[in-house]
Design a protein around this ligand. Structure first.
Ligand code: 5GP
Length: 182
């Protein structure tokens, strides 16, 4: 599970994540209960699958769910800058109130790409949510509507977030340091 040249230091605890997920769910609830039809919650795979699953289970109002896949990192800690849709939605978003749920907004390129791609499909509204936000790493002026934790420009893993597909299963968020380069 853990190659010897990596160390993971605690960053955000399981309890703090649970509290924050409940707070975000209450905010989303207050918003989606005003819509005439159930809002469409979109999970951006792969990183947000655990956050998404926990978040929607705390929302009391009916939601619809769909999944899309996006990739910008490959097997590295730095965004390649090129965002690719790796899995498209199964449903149409025309006329829907979308809640777009991400694990982390870093450069902002992924969210910007997704919001623009979704807007072209003419939804009624798009609300963006992220568990983690790194505003200091932004390469554009993207501002997320609701974020859980604002963090510095550190590379974090766990709670769905990976490094080269590892560490997603950790129940907490940790900071990854590569002992061979740090
Ligand atoms: P952005 O396009 O905003 O630079 O990055 C968005 C995506 O990059 C996230 O959905 C996530 O998959 C990945 N990412 C950004 N920062 C981190 C990080 O600190 N740790 C991990 N594991 N992935 C990150």
């Amino acid at each position: 599970m853990k190659p010897s040249n990596f160390a993971i230091s605690p960053y955000i605890s399981e309890d703090d994540i649970k509290t924050k997920v409940k707070e975000l769910a209450a905010i989303i609830d207050a918003k989606v209960k005003n819509f005439k039809e159930p809002a469409l919650a979109l999970c951006v795979l792969k990183g947000s699958f655990i956050f998404f699953a926990d978040l929607i289970r705390e929302v009391q109002t009916d939601l619809k769910c769909d999944f899309l896949g996006c990739s910008s990192y490959g097997n590295s800690e730095r965004s390649s800058g090129e965002v690719k849709l790796t899995l498209d939605l199964a449903s149409s978003v025309a006329g829907q109130n979308i809640i777009l749920i991400e694990d982390i907004v870093d450069t902002g390129l992924t969210m910007d790409f997704l919001v623009e791609a979704l807007k072209a499909r003419r939804p009624e509204s798009i609300t963006t949510v992220t568990l983690l936000d790194k505003p200091s790493a932004r390469k554009n002026d993207f501002k997320v509507d609701y974020s859980g934790f604002t963090i510095p420009d550190d590379f974090v893993v766990g709670y769905g977030l990976d490094y080269a597909e590892q560490f997603r299963q950790l129940p907490f968020i940790g900071k990854l340091t590569n002992n061979s380069i740090n």
